[in-house]
Design a protein around this ligand. Structure first.
Ligand code: MF3
Ligand code: CO
Length: 256
């Protein structure tokens, strides 16, 4: 079911999303080579809790037998890791890495969700382009995130843009509605046909999240039950914001 948020609920969503934005500000200031992904996770958790929020990914259960509850406050995926990398004291961030972080804050019963890919030091031009295209794919998509349009218009715009830049989108994971639940309807794939799917209405809150691979779209899941990597070993990037559909332009709730 797609939920339409009331004025009060939108205020709660704004608050949760602001916590996520501030968490990324804090991470951006502190992240550096030599740091473990566990340390970055600690920064995120402390920031969220200091702002009266709970890291919603911690203990998150997908409800599939055999998949353990998610153990950390963030997903941190380096280079060929696409999404859902588990923070670890043994995983050290190096100069030249791209580090995708995805985190969700729960405040007043509402979730805010965003992802960023950080470039650590100097990287080849082509790597920078991957990160830029992934971010731009979000902005290409939300050009269509307007009341009266269909969700497929957003999906289509993202996929077309990414493909036009010579990259692949991940097909097995998608964006989503968000609110009281981290994942609500509708599912929002990063590809699709324009004119299809639900019609957008003011008060919908959506997490739009392009996951882009430099090489082939195929992915693999590691034995930890969570980490997704590219099959061909090429790099992947992730960029996500929670947005609000309004009568006019969408509002990006997870940017300051
Ligand atoms: N935040 C992710 C998303 O963008 C979900 C992560 S799964 C979790 O939808 F287990 F880490 F929570
Ligand atoms: Co999300």
């Amino acid at each position: 079911m797609v939920t339409i948020k009331s004025k009060k609920e939108i205020e709660y969503m704004r608050e949760a999303c602001k916590v996520v934005a501030l968490t990324y500000k804090e991470i951006e200031e502190k992240i550096r080579p030599g740091m473990s992904t566990w340390e970055v996770d600690q920064i995120a958790e402390k920031t969220m809790r200091s702002l009266g929020a709970i890291p919603a990914e911690k203990g998150y259960n997908v409800g599939i037998r055999g998949i353990p509850p998610y153990p950390a406050s963030t997903c941190i995926s380096i280079n060929d890791e696409v999404i859902h990398g588990i923070p670890s004291k043994n995983k050290i961030i190096k100069e030249g890495d791209i580090v995708s972080i995805d985190t969700v804050a729960l405040k007043n019963g509402y979730n805010g969700d965003a992802a960023r890919t950080f470039i650590i030091g100097d990287v080849p031009k082509e790597t920078k382009r991957l990160v830029d295209v992934t971010k731009q794919a979000f902005f290409e998509g939300i050009k269509y995130a307007k009341a009266g349009n269909r969700i497929g218009d957003v999906c289509h715009a993202i996929g077309e843009y990414v493909h036009s830049q010579g990259y692949s989108v991940v097909k097995e994971f998608q964006g989503h509605g968000i609110g009281k639940e981290m994942h609500e309807d509708p599912g929002i794939p990063n590809y699709g046909k324009a004119g299809r799917g639900i019609r957008l209405e003011p008060g919908m809150t959506l997490a739009i999240e392009p996951m882009v691979i430099q090489g082939k779209p195929n992915i693999l899941e590691l034995d930890d039950g969570w980490t997704i990597i590219t099959e061909d070993g090429s790099l992947a990037a992730h960029y996500e914001n929670t947005i609000l559909i309004t009568e006019k332009e969408p509002e990006i709730l997870t940017l300051l």
